[in-house]
Design a protein around this ligand. Structure first.
Ligand SMILES: NC(=O)c1ccc[n+]([C@@H]2O[C@H](COP(=O)([O-])OP(=O)(O)OC[C@H]3O[C@@H](n4cnc5c(N)ncnc54)[C@H](OP(=O)(O)O)[C@@H]3O)[C@@H](O)[C@H]2O)c1
Length: 245
């Protein structure tokens, strides 16, 4: 896939892993649509940085859990650049609790953003992505590890992995690949917030490389699947976690 003039939507790209993915895809030659939920200033700053470095980017606010907003996100990308080639479903939230302690809000919010949000964007992409495109969904290595307190979060991502494989088959004939990247613990707000330094250190040491992942580590894996070298990989989950599971 020639990345020249290809257009990529990255959801949840105002910070963390999504911002690193947007930056990496832009430096690989993609035109990038930086989606965000609330943090407009961060998204604008990233778009400015990409433009200064010679890339092309716009920002587009949309709550991925809202189907109408997601349709407008694709409308905005098509209006600005004529079509969409790549979708990276990165927007996500994580709320940890045992199943016994999980309340309805914890369950509903993660289902809304992680599962319904991914469904909303996949549905638009399935209808609207140009032939030859790429879809990369963000899962989590906790689907494999099955750690206590991650029950609802991991379940939403297991569902994302299942939709990944099924959509890859449904898009037969259009030369569009659909894959997932499943990070291990990665140094972003989502992972770090609310954890003690001791717990962070312990989780960093769970993999044999003995460090946390960086957003750039994950962006490297996504860029592989979105770029020319990833073209023969389809319907797969790539765990990017330093060997933790
Ligand atoms: N960090 C990890 O250890 C780790 C491990 C495995 C998997 N993951 C997955 O990797 C992805 C990125 O995580 P991260 O660590 O980079 O998270 P993060 O630092 O918390 O950033 C989350 C991003 O998602 C956006 N977002 C949240 N809710 C949204 C919504 N309803 N609609 C649109 N955008 C929304 C946020 O936008 P605003 O800035 O506007 O709020 C932000 O850009 C997630 O899917 C997560 O589950 C992360």
């Amino acid at each position: 896939m020639n990345t020249q003039a290809k257009v990529a939507i990255v959801t949840g790209a105002s910070r963390g892993i999504g911002a690193a993915i947007a930056q990496r895809l832009a430096s690989d030659g993609f035109t990038v649509v930086i989606n965000y939920a609330g943090k407009a200033a961060e998204a604008e700053q990233l778009a400015g940085d990409i433009e200064k470095a010679g890339g092309r980017a716009i920002t587009a606010q949309a709550d991925v859990s809202d189907p109408a907003a997601v349709a407008r996100l694709f409308d905005a990308a098509e209006a600005a650049y004529g079509g969409v080639d790549v979708l990276v479903n990165n927007a996500g939230i994580m709320k940890l609790a045992s199943l016994a302690e999980s309340d309805d809000a914890l369950f509903d919010s993660q289902i809304a953003v992680n599962l319904k949000g991914t469904f909303n964007t996949l549905r638009q992409a399935a209808r609207r992505l140009r032939n030859g495109g790429r879809i990369v969904n963000l899962s989590t290595s906790v689907v494999g590890l099955k750690l206590e307190n991650y029950g609802v979060y991991a379940a939403t991502k297991a569902a994302v992995e299942t939709m990944t494989a099924i959509l890859s088959k449904e898009l037969r004939g259009r030369s569009i690949t659909v894959n997932a990247v499943a990070p291990g613990p990665t140094a972003t707000d989502l992972f770090l917030d609310g954890k003690s330094p001791e717990l962070i250190e312990r989780m960093a040491k769970m993999n044999p490389l003995e460090r946390l992942g960086t957003p750039a580590d994950i962006a490297n894996a996504v860029a592989f699947l979105a770029g020319p070298d990833g073209g023969w990989i389809n319907g797969q989950v790539l765990r990017a976690n330093g060997g933790m599971v």
